[in-house]
Design a protein around this ligand. Structure first.
Ligand code: ADP
Ligand code: MG
Length: 241
């Protein structure tokens, strides 16, 4: 599904260049549930943006579902994104003057699906995330957890193969975070690949594979089976978290 080889990325601002990703190699299969960890500024969002074809990289190769993603026209990139990828963000990115149903239906609006039909489909996805009764409510009337569930429903409506989530629980309290993770787990059971960025160890521990970024590279990849090692390694941080 995803194959990244020796990917480098620098940000150039004026005369300064910041080498953020220094040769990333990463393979992710269809149906995996992966978290990307690392300290603030380690390049997690940069990597996720490259995976979602929201940003370019400088060197190496990235294959998404068999297509080489490199120097792609915006049109081709948008096409591939729409076909394959759903996005979830820390700040939900809902439209404040549209209700939950309309927010979920928005991707179908851009695909030219007529209002009645797209709203009907949106209701199905709201039901999936347990928010059927909230369909006519505005984001301002909903809790953080509910807003994130709306955003997840919106990310699913175009039937993506991959969900990319950048700190999806970053703005939520612990119990709400776990609710959101339960929904992501359910979605993953349907075979959708999920890649999420988090700096919370307990959230990462709910995924199958933890990719740890450090100093521009992948420091280590921990499989779910080895979580004991992961937990003891981070016991100190968990205690102080
Ligand atoms: P993380 O998500 O792990 O916190 P980011 O990928 O957002 O890290 O950023 C990695 C580094 O790149 C940081 O030092 C950040 O300041 C820098 N950076 C991110 N985006 C840009 C940009 N558009 N222009 C310049 N520097 C950037
Ligand atoms: Mg980030």
């Amino acid at each position: 599904m995803i194959s990244i080889n020796n990917v480098h990325k620098s940000y150039v601002t004026g005369h300064n260049s910041l080498h953020v990703l220094k040769g990333i190699d990463l393979d992710i299969e269809q149906g995996e549930f992966v978290s990307i960890m690392g300290s603030s500024g380690s390049g997690k969002s940069t990597l996720l943006n490259i995976l979602g074809i929201l940003d370019n990289y400088d060197e190496g190769s990235y294959y998404l579902n068999g297509s080489l993603v490199k120097d792609m026209s915006e049109k081709k990139a948008a096409q591939l994104r729409n076909e394959l990828v759903g996005f979830v963000f820390q700040s939900f990115n809902l439209i404040s003057f549209k209700n939950a149903m309309e927010n979920v239906a928005l991707p179908l609006y851009y695909q030219g699906v007529p209002r009645k039909k797209r709203n009907k489909i949106a209701m199905e996805y709201l039901e999936k995330v347990g928010l059927l009764e909230w369909a006519t409510h505005l984001p301002s009337e909903m809790s953080g957890g509910q807003k994130q569930r709306v955003a997840i429903a919106r990310s699913l409506i175009s039937q993506p193969k991959i969900i990319l989530a950048d700190e999806p629980t970053g703005a939520l309290d612990t119990s709400t975070s776990y609710e959101v993770m339960e929904i992501l787990k359910e979605i993953n059971k349907d075979g959708i690949t999920i890649i999420l960025v988090t700096h919370e160890h307990d959230i990462a521990a709910m995924t199958q594979k933890i990719v740890h970024l450090k100093d521009g590279g992948i420091d280590q990849i921990i499989m779910n089976g080895d979580l004991k090692q992961f937990k003891s390694q981070y016991a100190k941080q968990l205690e102080t978290a």
